[in-house]
Design a protein around this ligand. Structure first.
Ligand code: F6R
Length: 368
């Protein structure tokens, strides 16, 4: 049942190209993005003037990633919020607000309560969910299913990548409804998404190097993760995976915040994982990150750099270099997350932990 893998999580990491392809399949027909269930009118979708993404844990990180794309494509303000905070904060909601509830299980109590609160305030709710007929999609006005297949490992991997893809489809559906993207632009964005399973497959063929690195740093006290732009939520996700699987202190930071505090944590030998933007796609951010890396390296950090193939400028500052294929900037999280999943799993294995069942955690959190 684990398909020759020692753990379900490792199998699920390998299934990510398929999870992405299945999530995209059938959602672009006759030149239009289509949702699975839509119980709101096209006009209501067009009238949306603000988007909230509410979710917990990794699902929340998928929302943070998607914010960049949805705002760019739709020109709508997008706020991403932890469901447990959203619910008790008296958020400003009305019938033109779209609340996107992202949940693999569809049963997460905090997310479900956020959905109920939003609907009481007359907001429209769209569920992004991996489980057919779960409570959250049942109580929503529209649904987009992620077809990642059952996820058994407690740590989310393939569901997370599928959530990003589905959130992007929500963004394209909104852009199409609002006319902020022409049909041929929507088609082009969809085609770029369709190229991602192959890009993820390419990353999977290089995991041996990451596993070797994981074994070599498995006795570290802590690991920091830095990123900018879409690389920032990837840093948060990498840190979460390491906390939950390897029980190691791990934190993700926006690289631009280094000087505002976190750089004080840097000491000799501390591993710091840096997610580099494309040198071509985001040249300004790239050069800022190169200078961040040189600063932490000068203070003794062991730099582990995830960078696009052929990124020569970063090489001198990378104690360890993990290469990922060149993809459009907004889609980079779909490839840059994969080595971080493998790294966390391998560190946990090296420390002797059960990767599928981390201590104190449940797959589905049905109490608030
Ligand atoms: C982390 C992880 C959790 C879930 C969170 C939300 O690896 O799996 O953080 O992402 O509990 O769960 P769902 O998506 O089922 O609402």
């Amino acid at each position: 049942e684990k398909g020759g893998h020692e753990y379900f999580m490792l199998k699920e990491i390998d299934e990510q190209p398929e999870a992405l392809a299945n999530t995209l399949r059938g959602h672009f027909e006759a030149g239009r993005i289509i949702l699975d269930e839509q119980r709101i009118s096209d006009q209501d979708l067009r009238d949306v003037d603000k988007v909230f993404v509410v979710a917990c844990g990794s699902a929340y990180h998928s929302g943070l990633v998607a914010k960049y794309a949805i705002e760019h494509w739709t020109r709508l303000p997008v706020e991403v919020e932890l469901a447990s905070e959203f619910r008790y904060r008296d958020p400003v909601l009305d019938r033109d607000t779209l609340v996107v509830a992202v949940s693999q299980s569809g049963e997460t109590a905090d997310t479900l309560e956020a959905v109920r609160h939003a609907r009481e305030q007359k907001a429209r709710v769209l569920a992004v969910c991996n489980t057919n007929g779960a409570q959250i999609p049942r109580e929503s006005d529209a649904v987009l299913y992620t077809h990642a297949g059952p996820e058994i490992g407690v740590a989310s991997t393939k569901a997370f990548l599928a959530q990003i893809a589905a959130n992007y489809l929500v963004g394209l559906a909104l852009a199409q409804a609002r006319g902020t993207k022409y049909p041929d632009e929507v088609a082009r964005e969809f085609a770029e998404l369709e190229a991602m399973p192959a890009a993820v497959q390419k990353v999977l063929s290089t995991v041996d190097q990451v596993r070797d690195l994981g074994r070599r740093i498995s006795d570290s006290k802590a690991v920091l993760f830095l990123g900018r732009h879409v690389g920032f939520p990837v840093a948060l996700e990498g840190a979460l995976k390491l906390k939950e699987l390897a029980y190691m202190h791990a934190e993700g930071f926006a690289a631009g915040e280094l000087k505002h505090g976190p750089i004080a944590l840097v000491e000799e030998g501390l591993p710091i994982v840096v997610i580099m933007p494309s040198p071509k796609g985001r040249a300004v951010l790239h050069s800022k990150l190169v200078s961040n890396i040189s600063e932490i390296q000068a203070r003794g950090a062991r730099t582990i750099v995830i960078a696009e193939e052929g990124d020569e400028a970063v090489r001198p500052f990378a104690d360890e270099l993990i290469e990922i294929p060149a993809v459009p900037t907004l889609l980079q999280p779909l490839v840059s997350t994969v080595p971080l999943q493998v790294l966390a799993a391998e560190i946990a294995r090296a420390r002797g932990y059960d990767v599928d069942k981390p201590r104190n955690l449940a797959k589905s959190v049905t109490v608030e």
